[in-house]
Each structure stands twice: as C-alpha cells, then as structure tokens.
Design a protein around this ligand. Structure first.
Ligand code: G6P
Length: 617
C-alpha cells in the first residue's frame, strides 16, 4: 500500500523515478508525485490520478540527479493534488515521501499550527516535512532522526533536503525500505519490483534502522540515544547489500493484457514449485522442514487457529477444513483484522498459522505479534521471502508463487491451499491418518498442477459464461461445507474486479433469507462437488430454479442435475481427492471474475479503491 522510490546518481532522476513508480502502482494508485533536487533546489510535481498522468504533465526541464517519488493509496485525506506525496515544509527545501501511518499526527498538526506553521494538506505525512525542517541538528540524518523520535506509528520514508544536496536519508519502521546498489548510482524503493530493472544487489533495512544513501554507497545506523531536549545520538550498523535471485521478467506482464491473466496462467508451474521436494510418497506425508516442529511437537498440537485477510482468510477457511478432516484437530480461520481486538485466548498447545501473500498485511502482522506477546507459537504461509511476517514467525512454509502483482490473488492463493494440504497431511500422519490415505492424498496433490492447467485450458468457454454473468447487478455464490469458502473466495474475486454485488452464502442457509432476493435478474453460481452433500445441494438448486433464478453450477462430470440440466449452465472441473476438491473448484471462479471484469472494461490489475498490500489498519 503506497510505494516509495528514490534515485541518486549521474542520470536524470525523473524518468527513472516514473518508471519505478509504474512498477509500484499496484500498491496504491490514487495519486502520485516526484521531488527532484537540482541546482535550483527542490522541485515537486504531484497530482491525484495515475503515474502516467503525472508523467504526461511533468513540467519541462524537471531536472535533477537526486529524487524521490511516491504512489499513494489515500488514508489521511482524500486523493487530491495537495494530499499527494512528496510533502514539503514551508520553505520548500525539505521533501518527504512516506508509507505507513503516523498515529499521533493530529496532536503534531495542532502543535505545528500553534507554532505558526501553515499546513497545506490533510495528511499525516506533512508533519514529518515540517519536523525535519524545524530541527536545528547539524546533519540531515540527525534532523530526520529527531523528527522520527516525535512520531508514533509506522513508516518507511525517504527525505531529500536542498541544504544536503548529496544524499537521501531513508528510515524504516514497519513499512519496507530497500536500497539498491548500482554502478555509481543508488536506488531506493519500498518493493523489489521497482528495483529489479536496475539492480539485483540490495539491502533491506530492519525496523528502526535508518540509512544515508549517496551516489557511491550507503551507510546504516540506529538511533541510540535521545536526550530530554529530543536530541539524538546515532550508532552505525553494518548492513551489507547482497544479491537477490530474481528474474526481472517476472515483473512484466509480457504478452498478457494484465498481470492477473499472466498470474492465473502461471498457476500450474507455480503449484509444482510449492509441492517440489515436500511430498513424501513412500510414507504418504508432507515434508515441511520450515515448520521447526518435530513429530512429537506436531502431535502435541490440540487446536489450529488460522489468521489472514481477504483471500488469505478464505483460503484459511479451506485450510481449516482440511486440517479438521485429515488430522481431526479442531481448526478454524478468523479474519486477522478482528482477532486482536477481542482479547483472544492464546493457548500453549494451539498452532497459530498466519497466511499472507505479501507478508506485510498489517492486520495479520499485528495478530502475529499479539500471539507472540502472549507466548503462542506461530507459523507463516507467506509468499514474499524475507517479508515482515516471514521474519517474525517461529517457522513456516514459503509459497514459491513468484511475484504477484495483480490485486486479485490467484497463484498465491492456490499455493496457500496446497501448503495447507501438505500441512494437514503431515499433521494427520502423526495421528490417525493411515499411510494409504496419506499416499492417496499425496498422489492427489501431485496431480493438481496438471488439473489446474486443464481448467485454465477452457478459458474461452468460461469467458462466455462470465460475459453473461457480468450483465447482472447482483449475484449469489453458494456452497456448503468444503464448498462454502470456495463460494466466498469466488464472490470476493468477482466483486473486487467486476464491481458487481456478489454475495456468498451457505447453500443450506438460502431458505433463511436470501431466497427472497432470487429472481430472473439475480444469477447464482453454485459450487456442487460430487461429495456426500451432492443430493442436498442439487435439491437447493431446484429451490432457486423454481423462483426463476439463473444457475451456473461448478461441479464434477457425472453429477446429475436432473431436470436442471436443461436450464442451468454447468462447468465441470476435474475430479481430485474429495478433500482437495476446493482448489480445483476455485480456479474457474478466477476465470469468471477476470472475464467479467474484462468485458466491463475495468482496470483488472488495479481495481478501484483497493491496493495489493494493506499496510495500514
Ligand atoms: C488485500 C488484497 C487481497 C488480499 C489481502 C491479503 O485486501 O486486495 O486480494 O487477499 O489484501 O493480502 P496478503 O498479502 O496478506 O495475502
């Protein structure tokens, strides 16, 4: 959420910063801005709208070889030109870009206003520019540290100052900040995506760490002391840059019209990557070394509690069902955003599982910290290596989905499910899951990548259904037991990129309310796997059909829909082991959402009002 870039070196900064911002736009895209430091001081260009609008409207000769930039997702104040970053002080000599939230911004704004400072935006960030400007310390590092000592909250920031024209000062507390080392030039960014075109030699700042970045290198330090007058002492740290193994093309959509399309189609290969080396066919179990739990410790687990947000929460519900079914351990998933606020009971024999693609979602991160404060053991199912959640957890399973750029999660979600399946089998196999059942499931998992490819191969047929569904203002997605989280995830995808009102319901609950809304204008997408509930599910579909509700049924070949066959559309997915069905039922729902949004002409990768990683509460 929100993206930061910075450049210092021998080239003009503005074009490089714009390119970097384009790469970060999925993180926030309601406004964008740049500040460059040239011979005439700091110049700022910023406005509401997309990065391309900023680039198109950039003043001529916007020159300078030092610069910082930002792409915003509004939190404090609406998306206006004045609220876009960078923010400056009254003299216009200091420019600041910031990710995160300053919790005591209101008090600091009052204090600054009392001191006669005229605040020109509604943002929390603006106070930082004024605080840096008002510090009388000798160095930009100390001035920035003094300003930061006044703020409570989270930040990744970059500061440029006309009086210190050879450097950018950056700091991190809760929001990622990465330094990229080039040849006689240096880059700064909040995400690798903005850097990989220029360099793969990077240093990640730790929380609390600051850095000075000059054209020929960087140095890092921590605030050691703060005296009564707010003066700070800094102590050097020895952070070094290292090579990251990353293929820069994984940040390009290539021949696809959107990242979502590219990422959907990558699923078979990425699914293989998450399973690789982790399936023990001989003993019919998972082999998850990163859990940091031996068989005895796995056996001692009495309960599993899964936490995530958005799609990660829904796949957490699929995971909970898998664990209960295969390991017979009580398991449930809860929205991480709610968990912390109800003073949760943390039990020593519970395994806590944090699920996150980005590893940055603040609600999930804060839930992890709350559990750890109370002595709980947390593992992470995380995609981004080295991200905040990945670093804080006691063990985990990396998802190996590769960079995911589209806001709507596809390949990361699929790999979350597969990671849960391996965890469930491993937990089951130290309990009562038999070796033959273990082997049956491992074989089922091995088949999933090919089966996902099979579903994706039917894109054209699914696109046709999607275009029809896109015509409805309101839709239901229904399922039961294993199928219900699938329906929830399907509705989430559909609503977030098509902007249609898609509501998920348990099929069994339809008669307790929602049937009142069924009509020929309200289609239902029903999840009907060939499992022990198939007959009941089909009966409920008749109730919908009797009220004129159009039906799309995601099911298995051989399921008899009776006289509904004449009116309902069916989408048959390949059969898996029953326990593993949810993921194959989910894949066509991604394609439906994608093609519905495409037919409506929406910006698929950047749905309105949303952002890829939500790093504010
Ligand atoms: C945002 C995105 C969702 C995503 C959720 C959790 O809300 O729009 O698509 O599922 O964050 O993100 P995470 O990175 O923690 O998986």
């Amino acid at each position: 959420m929100c993206g930061i870039v910075g450049y210092i070196g021998g080239q003009q900064a503005a074009p490089l910063l714009l390119e970097g911002l384009t790469r970060l736009e999925h993180r926030g895209y309601d406004s964008a801005g740049l500040a460059v430091l040239g011979p005439s001081g700091v110049r700022v260009a910023k406005q509401a709208g997309r990065v391309r609008d900023l680039g198109d409207g950039l003043p001529k000769r916007f020159t300078g070889k030092i610069g910082i930039g930002h792409t915003r997702w509004a939190t404090h104040g609406p998306a206006t030109d004045a609220n876009a970053h960078p923010h400056t002080d009254e003299s216009g000599r200091v420019a600041v870009v910031h990710n995160g939230i300053i919790d005591n911004a209101a008090a600091l704004r009052l204090e600054l206003a009392d001191a006669g400072v005229e605040l020109v935006s509604d943002t929390d960030t603006e106070v930082l520019a004024h605080l840096v400007a008002r510090s009388t310390a000798d160095t930009l590092e100390a001035r920035t540290a003094e300003a930061l000592a006044r703020v409570e909250g989270t930040y990744g920031i970059a500061v440029a100052h006309a009086d210190f024209p050879d450097r950018i000062v950056v700091a991190r507390n809760g929001s990622p900040l990465i330094i990229g080392v080039g040849k006689n030039e240096m880059h700064v960014a909040s995400d690798l995506a903005a850097l990989v075109r220029y360099t793969t030699t990077v240093a990640h700042l730790a929380d609390g760490e600051m850095a000075t970045v000059t054209a020929d290198g960087f140095s890092t330090y921590l605030v050691r002391t703060i005296d009564g007058a707010g003066h700070v002492g800094l102590a050097a740290t020895d952070r070094r840059a290292s090579e990251v193994e990353i293929d820069p093309s994984s940040y390009d959509a290539g021949e696809h019209d959107s990242f979502m399309h590219k990422e959907m189609l990558e699923q078979p290969a990425r699914a293989e990557a998450v399973l690789r080396g982790r399936l023990d066919e001989k003993f019919g179990t998972g082999h998850l070394g990163g859990l940091n739990l031996d068989a005895r410790e796995l056996r001692a687990i009495k309960r599993v509690k899964i936490l995530g947000c958005g799609s990660a929460y829904y796949v957490g519900q699929m995971g909970a069902a898998l664990i209960e079914e295969l390991a017979r351990i009580p398991a449930d998933a809860e929205a991480a955003s709610e968990f912390r606020y109800r003073n949760p009971i943390i039990e020593p024999d519970t395994l806590y599982v944090a699920v996150s693609q980005s590893g940055e979602t603040i609600d999930t991160l804060l839930a992890v910290q709350e559990i750890q404060r109370k002595g709980g053991f947390v593992i992470g199912l995380v995609n981004v290596v080295g991200s905040a959640i990945a670093r804080e957890v006691d063990g985990g399973i990396y998802l190996h989905a590769g960079p995911e750029v589209a806001v709507a999660s596809t390949k990361a979600l699929t790999n979350m499910f597969l990671a849960f399946a391996m965890l469930a089998v491993q937990l089951g196999r130290v309990r009562d899951l038999s070796i033959s059942d273990g082997r049956r499931l491992i074989a089922g998992l091995n088949a999933i990548p090919g089966q996902v490819a099979e579903v994706l191969g039917r894109e054209e047929e699914l696109a046709e259904v999607a275009r029809e569904l896109a015509g409805a203002e309101n839709l239901f997605f229904v399922g039961r037991v294993r199928g219900f989280p699938v329906a929830r995830e399907g509705a989430q995808k559909f609503k977030e990129i098509s902007y249609r009102h898609a509501e998920a319901y348990q099929t069994s609950e339809l008669k307790h309310g929602p049937l009142a809304l069924i009509s020929p204008e309200v289609p239902t997408v029903a999840i009907v796997p060939d499992d022990e509930l198939v007959e009941r599910n089909v009966a409920a579909l008749h109730e919908i059909a009797a009220r004129g509700g159009p039906l799309t049924v995601v099911t298995h070949a051989g399921v008899d829909l009776g006289d509904l066959e004449r009116t309902a559309r069916r989408i048959d997915v390949p059969r898996s082991e029953r326990e593993l069905d949810p993921i194959l039922l989910t894949i066509p729902l991604q394609v439906l959402a994608y093609h519905a949004a495409l037919s409506l002409g929406h910006d698929i990768d950047k749905p309105r009002n949303l952002a890829k990683s939500v790093t504010v509460e």
